[in-house]
Design a protein around this ligand. Structure first.
Ligand code: SF4
Length: 91
């Protein structure tokens, strides 16, 4: 029986690591990301900006954060603070 993760924003329901497809929460997703030097989709989805690259590696996440920061330099620190506060509030 699948045990959903309430804060998961991954929409790839065919992915075997998506929490809707097993009962191990984020563990399989994070293990796969660590194995492949990637960042989980939920982190990318948290940034309100189009993804500038085609992959999910550490560099791609850095590029997304930098692109968001470059296009909204005055808002970037505030957005980051909001994200940090939301992550801190997750049980
Ligand atoms: S780590 Fe993976 S499974 Fe967990 S919330 Fe993020 S995308 Fe979903």
């Amino acid at each position: 029986m699948a045990k959903p993760v309430s804060f998961c924003t991954c929409t790839d329901t065919k992915c075997p690591y998506n929490p809707i497809n097993h009962d191990q929460g984020c563990t399989p997703c994070i293990a796969k990301n660590l194995r492949e030097s990637e960042i989980p989709t939920c982190f990318f989805n948290k940034i309100d900006h189009p993804k500038p690259t085609g992959s999910w590696h550490y560099e791609d996440f850095a590029a997304l954060v930098q692109a968001a920061k470059n296009e909204a330099p005055d808002d970037a620190p505030k957005k980051l603070e909001v994200i940090i506060n939301e992550v801190d509030s997750i049980d």
